[in-house]
Design a protein around this ligand. Structure first.
Ligand SMILES: Nc1nc2c(ncn2[C@@H]2O[C@H](COP(=O)(O)OP(=O)(O)OP(=O)(O)O)[C@@H](O)[C@H]2O)c(=O)[nH]1
Ligand SMILES: [Mg+2]
Length: 297
């Protein structure tokens, strides 16, 4: 048998292309939340895929985009950028819709990095005529010397194996970095807050998610475990929108988040969510630290 290979692979791309969906599909479990809103991922999250022949440690990153003035935004962008350092391979993701300015911005940020870059063209399940990919592949190959160009569907899993095989050959011979049964570096408390944020992102309109964070205030191991979570927003008006008419929206967020947490933990839980106005949290370093937004991590 050939030598065992292992290493780190960073997933990058503009917001909303499907990076986290691919990560979850590869490790076979939801470890990184997804939604149709851009900038769903805010942290660097590891997803570890281990077989008899290789261990690929995927680094999911926040969608890379031009930073705006807010501290949260700066921290998130910094996290995405530093996640490209010290890795063995970069997987750059675009969609079948082709290269726009945002994709090109991401491309420019990997140009001077001296590791192989694999291009994935995602969401091909939405493309009826697959021949339309040929001109895009041709155009892409002119933009940069990619190690490989792989059209795939993170959602259906179509061609995922081609990506995994290609990555395995690009990694150096090396022993495992993580135990073979470990799939992420994140702990349960982090996952609980993310699963709540996921439902809030999914159920709220476009404007609120960026002003919203989730903090687990209490988590006691009983039967069932009791979880008290706080959703932070920046203004009273936003609180109103999260709570909804007669509290209907927060109830729906709570019900869906509870189900998703129960699926994750494999047991029933009691979940209580309170919505709190915390002015300026996204610009306050101490608040950001308490939420786990640490630069580069
Ligand atoms: N049809 C289709 N939809 C997909 C596919 N991959 C992802 N999506 C959808 O695209 C949206 C964004 O997916 P995410 O995985 O959250 O995207 P992301 O790149 O991680 O986004 P950020 O974390 O915001 O940077 C979600 O609604 C996914 O369900 C795919 O292969 N096919
Ligand atoms: Mg993501």
């Amino acid at each position: 048998m050939s030598e065992f290979r292992s290493g780190f692979v960073t997933l990058i791309g503009k917001p909303n292309v499907g990076k986290s969906t691919l990560l979850n599909s590869i490790v076979g479990r939801k470890i990184s939340i997804t939604s149709s809103k851009p900038q769903t991922t805010r942290h660097r999250i590891l997803g570890i895929y281990t077989t008899e022949q290789c261990q690929i440690v995927f680094v999911d990153t926040p969608g890379l985009h031009r930073p705006s003035g807010r501290t949260l935004n700066r921290v998130i962008t910094h996290t995405a950028r530093t996640s490209m350092l010290d890795v063995d391979v970069i997987v750059l993701m675009v969609t079948y819709a082709g290269w726009d300015d945002k994709d090109r911005y991401v491309l420019d940020s990997v140009r001077n990095i001296k590791v192989p870059v694999v291009l994935t063209i995602n969401k091909i399940d939405q493309l009826k005529n697959k021949e339309k990919l040929l001109p895009l592949i041709e155009e892409s190959s002119q933009l940069m010397n990619f190690a490989e160009i792989i059209p795939l569907s993170a959602k259906s899993g179509d061609n995922k194996t081609a990506l995994l095989n290609s990555l395995a050959t690009l990694l150096p011979p090396s022993p495992m970095c993580f135990p073979e049964d470990q799939i992420t570096d994140r702990d349960t408390r982090f996952m609980l807050s993310e699963l709540i944020r996921e439902q809030a992102f999914r159920l709220l309109g476009e404007e609120i998610p960026y002003a919203l964070a989730v903090r687990i205030a209490e988590w006691s191991e009983g039967n069932p475990p009791r979880i008290e979570a706080h959703i932070w927003v920046e203004r009273e008006s936003q609180k109103g929108m999260v709570v909804g008419k007669d509290g209907r929206r927060i109830k729906e967020i709570g019900t869906r988040a509870r189900r998703s947490i129960e699926q994750f933990l494999g047991k029933q839980v009691f979940l209580n969510i309170l919505v709190k106005v915390r002015k300026g949290w996204a610009d306050n370093q101490a608040d950001l630290n308490s939420l786990g937004y640490v630069e580069g991590y």
